[in-house]
Design a protein around this ligand. Structure first.
Ligand code: C2E
Ligand code: CA
Ligand code: CA
Length: 558
């Protein structure tokens, strides 16, 4: 071949190699590639015929004819070059090159055509295999690993030959893969994913299984015992690299996983869903690898019940408000109340500690919080109508609610609907040390402040950034966490608490201590300068009818 020829062949080859690129049709790639050689090889037209004989899987067989390329210079049907290739299944692929009018193929062209068409054929065959695998829906395109369907097919075999109980079933999800994609771009992100799966794949023994559900979600079947432990170690951290500006950047890819020991009684449906549930739990609880045991299983199914029963419970008015009085310890006067959710499920009362964290995993918590606010507003309107002297009621807003960009508007709309004065409500929200959350929180608190609605920082002192919160967050109250009075406090603790209380007062921020159960605790915190108190010492959270009595008397009812 001449130099020029070689170059064109090179170009052709570069093109045909990428036949499996998902963004280009097979036909398109072949026709683009062959265009580089068409003039030299006198090609007027190139066609392909795929024939697959009928078999059990496909009773009518397949017959497809494709025209890959037609030259502007035309072609003749005479004396074409034909390459027939048997393929895996009974059937064949026939590639036919027709020459241009008055330009019959010479021995030189025929020789070159043989090589070129063989190559197209080989790539086409690989392409065909991938397509069939995909058509049958068993393979994940990017990594070539079995997807859920392909994986379950193999799992089925292990059930049939009764080896399934030799394995632990895994579900794992890569940590921060979104960030890798963001930093390296989608294309290199895909390459990194392939490198990663290559490493995991090479860890596997022939009988073990690895599947790719898409995205950064994987499933695996690994032998119980040592192998399973080694696998956990393997996925904890995989060291690979990403290419950036022609340089290899080292990368550690970590995974978060759930797994279960497969027992004789394990139904196939649970081989993916069981470990996936444990994996979800691992992610939420910021753990790396979690075993789905009976305790976790119970816990997860209870959580599911709570989630699924939420809407119905809401419609049935199963959630109600209890009011816990806030008291000025110096005078005994009622100065406010905190609204706390109670769930009456049948004749049982479920404590918020059990269902709030579950509802916080979705926007259900926002629905609950807003409906609690609504119940409180409804009560306040009632009290006002009855001529009671109302005191401000604090309503808890979950930090999760901040994700709703219209949270403030929704809060304001409820206050308006019941014509509630802005200072009858306090929004209580726990402090955060997470930067992204912090911004959302400041934005929300600022909106509240601009509209004259007071806000309180709950559980103050449990985060890390407590003191800077006083400066950065526009709040009118901080609520000291129970831990301030619960643990054995030393001289230094007392000094710090005294400082916080003084600092807050100078910043015109009210301080309240929650969780006061004993007189000693009350005296301790009062001595440090805080006399606003909430806790069992004065009262448990009360149903409205009991709290009404507090309101009537403006203090603890006699
Ligand atoms: P929290 O906001 O810190 O509420 C104070 C919790 O301490 C309440 O628990 C209250 O009953 C309890 N408590 C009050 N005084 C004492 C005391 O002297 N000693 C002890 N040991 N505990 C005391 P509860 O009602 O079980 O609520 C637990 C948590 O659930 C709340 O903690 C809050 O984070 C959340 N929660 C309750 N209602 C709602 C709500 O409507 N929305 C949201 N987002 N969260 C809520
Ligand atoms: Ca609270
Ligand atoms: Ca609290």
């Amino acid at each position: 071949m001449s130099n020029n020829n070689q170059q064109q062949f090179q170009q052709f080859y570069e093109f045909i190699r990428i036949l499996n690129r998902k963004d280009k049709q097979y036909e398109e790639v072949v026709s683009d590639a062959i265009a580089f050689l068409a003039d030299d090889l006198f090609i007027g037209r190139l066609t392909g015929e795929l024939e697959i004989l009928p078999d059990a899987a496909n009773s009518s067989g397949v017959q497809e004819k494709t025209v890959f390329y037609t030259s502007e210079k035309g072609f003749t049907a005479e004396d074409p070059y034909v390459l027939v290739n048997p393929i895996m299944k009974p059937g064949s692929v026939t590639l036919t090159a027709f020459h241009r009018p008055n330009q019959p193929f010479q021995p030189e062209q025929r020789l070159a055509l043989q090589a070129v068409l063989e190559l197209i054929n080989m790539v086409a065959e690989r392409n065909y295999m991938i397509l069939t695998a995909e058509r049958q829906g068993m393979m994940q395109m990017l990594t070539g690993l079995p997807n859920a369907v392909g994986y379950m097919k193999e799992v089925g075999k292990k059930y049939r030959d009764r080896t399934i109980t030799d394995y632990d079933a895994y579900y794992f999800n890569l940590t921060g893969y979104g960030l890798i994609n963001k930093n390296f771009g989608q294309t290199e992100g895909d390459e990194i994913m392939k490198r990663y799966t290559g490493i995991i794949r090479s860890f596997l023994e022939p009988e073990e299984l690895l599947g790719h559900l898409g995205g950064d979600n994987f499933i695996a079947l690994i032998r119980k015992g040592d192998r399973s432990l080694q696998f956990q170690k393997r996925i904890r951290q995989v060291d690979t690299y990403g290419m950036q500006y022609g340089k290899q950047i080292p990368l550690s890819i970590r995974a978060c996983a759930g797994f279960m020991h497969i027992e004789r009684a394990t139904p196939p449906e649970q081989i993916i869903s069981g470990p996936a549930a444990a994996g979800g739990f691992a992610k939420r609880s910021k753990e790396t690898i979690v075993l789905l045991d009976e305790a976790l299983n119970d816990r997860l199914s209870r959580a599911k019940e709570i989630e699924q029963g939420f809407e119905k419970a809401l419609v049935n008015h199963e959630y109600t408000v209890f009011y816990q009085p806030k008291v000025d310890a110096a005078t005994g006067a009622l100065i406010g109340a905190e609204a706390l959710t109670r769930w009456f499920k049948g004749d049982r009362m479920v404590s918020p500690g059990l269902f709030i964290p579950i509802l916080e995993q979705s926007s259900r918590i926002t629905v609950l919080d807003l409906s609690m606010l609504e119940l409180v507003c409804h009560d306040i309107a009632d009290w006002k109508a009855a001529g009671e002297n109302v005191v401000p009621v604090s309503v808890n807003i979950s930090r999760h609610d901040l994700m709703d960009p219209e949270l403030f508007q929704k809060v304001a709309a409820i206050l308006d609907r019941y014509q509630i004065a802005r200072d009858d409500i306090v929004i209580e929200i726990t402090e955060t040390s997470n930067e992204a959350e912090k911004e959302q929180m400041i934005a929300f608190l600022t909106q509240l402040k601009e509209h004259g609605i007071a806000a309180s920082i709950d559980d103050f002192g449990t985060g890390y950034s407590s003191l800077s919160i006083l400066r950065e967050f526009p709040v009118s109250e901080i609520k000291l966490d129970r831990s301030f009075i619960n643990k054995e406090l030393g001289e230094k603790d007392a000094i710090i608490i005294r400082m916080i209380i003084q600092l807050a007062k100078e910043l015109k921020i009210e301080v309240i201590q929650e969780g006061v159960e004993t007189e000693e605790q009350r005296d301790f915190i009062m001595k440090l300068g805080c006399h606003r108190i909430q806790g069992f010492l004065y009262s448990q959270p009360l149903p409205k009818s009991n709290y009404d009595l507090w309101l009537k008397q403006g203090r603890k009812p006699e």
